[in-house]
Design a binder for this molecule. Sequence first.
Ligand code: KMT
Ligand code: NI
Length: 179
Amino acid sequence: MHAYYFDNQPGDQRLPHHNLEPSSSVDVETLKRIKVESWNIPVEKGYEEKLDDIAKERAYKNRDVITLSKENLGEDFEEKIKVFYKEHIHEDEEIRYILSGGGFFDVRQASTDAWIRLAVSPGDLLVIPAGIYHRFTVNEGNMAQAVRLFKDEPKWMAIYRGEESDANPHRIEYLKSIA
Ligand code: KMT
Ligand code: NI
């Protein structure tokens, strides 16, 4: 997984937006400070066991598979892609293991309000903490398939950025955790 500062330039959300020079890369320590974690578990040779181990260790009890593609979603594809790209928080962690295709998770660095773009590809396992502002898009390949892991029952609610999201207890808790 490559992480870098998003360039904030106009252009399709699916483009890399990787034009800030020099050295716009973001290191693991910086991600750690904002509570974003990632691992790589190669998909090819039996990822199941390793994914199970991490799920067990961190008490992720449930999972499903999401496939974002024109083939799978038909007419709804473009709409879905736009909705995922609206800045939001959740009251639970967002845990994703990429099986095929790829895309970008953008997470807001609270100290600067800058977007950090996380370019994910097959084998990447990513944990986005509850309360962090984020969004997602597929890349130019227009396809992402991922395992979604959940601590408990899947909770789909996205809370879009605004006054209410800023006052959400999970947002406040998150800000405290990175202070
Ligand atoms: C989300 O909640 O943003 C998603 O599930 C994005 C798709 S996972 C590749
Ligand atoms: Ni989300």
